[in-house]
Design a protein around this ligand. Structure first.
Ligand code: CP
Ligand code: NVA
Length: 307
């Protein structure tokens, strides 16, 4: 059974193969070539947090693949009233062909996979955001023509985005640096993952040291969903952790800027930098559609098992 629970579960070959399929599906969609690879299949989409991009891109993507997306809000599901995820997994496995879930704890996603009998796709947890990072890698490849040898630099919180970016960048031959406050570092096992790559992996507190000669600068909000009560403390801790023109001046001249969105202008990124790099940022948003269609095909048709 093929799932996407976290990016480190996928080999570099699986990641690249998915990016290749995403490019192909994007080309076909732009040229009006139908690809109803999931005709008659149903995707259950469980949301325990808000979403614009993830919901719409999975819903439209599943429709373009000839399947049926079923939006399931935790406000309406019995899961919201305490029904265990283990039971929800076993029930939904009898109705739908795969589940995409956005939730808080990574353990919920892992439990769905353990107790269910269908592919489970992580649409963001507090721990990681693998679908977003596949779209990010796709976008970098589109703009730069390659991943191998490029330097990605992340500015800000050691959160779900940074965790998946570390895995995604290093797995595909990029080097990864970050500027992150000491109290907001990624979890230890992600640090261990990074350390295996030696000097291709660096996390420092100095922004310019991290951003020096970067090919891609990435940032994310200071306070993620579920951290609303920490907003004030985080505003103080991250006050200087911003992508602005001064920081961009130490990166490569043709440095890209990515942001998973939603963005807070004037906080993690200035309005000027955001608008100057809007073409990259909104291509990144569009690529959620294409990358996730590839993930759906990979998991729901389990291409590897069929080869
Ligand atoms: N980037 C992202 O996942 O956006 P949404 O929260 O709108 O889904
Ligand atoms: N780190 C952000 C990403 C949103 C797509 C959050 O978890 O809220």
């Amino acid at each position: 059974m093929k799932h996407l629970l976290k990016l480190e579960d996928w080999s570099p070959e699986e990641i690249i193969r998915t990016l290749n399929l995403a490019d192909q599906l994007k080309y076909e969609q732009k040229h009006g070539i139908e690809h109803k690879l999931l005709q008659g299949k149903t995707l259950g989409m469980i949301f325990e947090k808000s979403s614009t991009r993830t919901r719409v891109s999975f819903e439209v993507g599943m429709t373009q693949l000839g399947g049926y997306p079923l939006f399931l809000s935790s406000n309406d599901l019995q899961i919201g009233r305490g029904e265990p995820v283990q039971d929800t997994a076993r029930v939904l496995s009898r109705f739908v062909d795969a589940i995409m879930i956005r939730t808080f704890a990574q353990s919920e996603v892992e439990a769905l996979a353990e107790y269910g009998s269908i592919p489970i796709i992580n649409g963001l947890t507090d721990y990681c955001h693998p679908c977003q990072v596949l779209a990010d890698l796709m976008t970098i490849r589109e703009f730069k023509g390659k991943l191998e040898g490029l330097k990605m630099c992340f500015i800000g919180d050691g959160n779900n985005m940074m965790n998946s970016l570390i895995v995604g960048a290093l797995s595909t031959g990029m080097s990864f640096s970050a500027a992150c406050p000491a109290d907001y570092m990624p979890p230890e096992h992600i640090m261990e993952f990074g350390k295996k790559y030696g000097d291709k992996f660096e996390i420092v507190s100095d922004l310019k040291q991290a951003a020096k000669d970067a090919d891609v600068l990435v940032t994310d909000v200071w306070a993620s969903m579920g951290q609303e009560e920490e907003k004030k403390i985080r505003e103080a801790a991250f006050a200087s952790y911003q992508i602005n023109d001064d920081l961009l001046s130490v990166a490569k001249d043709d440095c890209m800027v990515l942001h998973c969105l939603p963005a807070h202008r004037g906080e993690e990124i200035t309005a000027e930098v955001f608008e100057a790099h809007a073409a990259e940022i909104f291509e990144e948003a569009e690529n959620r559609l294409h990358a996730q269609k590839a993930v759906l095909v990979e998991c729901m048709l389990d291409r590897e098992a069929q080869e």
